[in-house]
Design a protein around this ligand. Sequence first.
Ligand code: SF4
Length: 306
Amino acid sequence: MREVETNNRSFQDRKLIEYLAVSPKDKKCSCGCSHCFLLHSPTMKMAVERSEERIINDLHALTEQGYKAFFCTTELFYYDKWKEIFAIAGYKSVRTNGYPFVSNPQLIDDVKKMGVKKVTFTANAGKYHEGLNLPKEEIVKKAIEMSNGGGLVTSVNILLNKKNFKNLEEMAEVYMNLGVDYFIFSRILPAEGISNLLETEDTEEIYKQVADLKRRFPLDKTGKYFEVSGEMGSKYRPNREKTGFYCPAGTRLLAIGLDDKIYPCSFMTQEQYRLGRLEDGKIILDKEFDMKLKDPFGCFAHDINP
Ligand code: SF4
């Protein structure tokens, strides 16, 4: 049984910053997973051109200012300098759509040399994900086999909507059989052209199924780990007492949009929430976030429609 590590990002960090960036334009990465939600960010329309050198300098500068910079991007491996970006961003795990692994198996050794132990793939559970723009089923499976064969812990992000949220086990089963250890259930985020979105009321049902999966596949006996991502970004937070959850947007957390403007969180990149700008790697704030605007225990971004 391999050791399962949790994600390196921690909302306990005191100065967190999300740096939004999209990988080079000639490389296509446009699946509907949350990973690429920033392609739907309102700041995408005003995205500034950033060279890879510029990105690296920004990440250095932010780190020097005491921020734990979290690099939010589309497909990391599409950057020529991904290793450098990766090292500054301090990743311990990586997400990919699987295509780079399949086309370049050497990447598995490369990420291992960089200290990575876990890789997360966006699942494609066939009929349960029908109609969604996701990485091809056979590519994800192949990449998982390669990753497992290379000794990495594999994780899948299973996207949920109204059509599939009652079938968590059926969707996870295929990947369990492939040796996946870590299962993340995420809701599909609101974006233009995306329908059948989950509502807060559906979250309870998802928690019940996850609790059932945890009972049936106990971590200490099976090595399988099940997680509800960001508590579904909903206002239903059964673990609030235990996790001490408090939305950090605009306080301990800021986000740099694709337009080099500062926002309270990567999902709140609408003009009305703009707080300042990034200039030569420096955060310049023009105003403070109006805390009266948010429910500290819910996800403020939950109902925002880009
Ligand atoms: S608004 Fe939602 S996604 Fe953003 S920091 Fe708060 S809880 Fe997290």
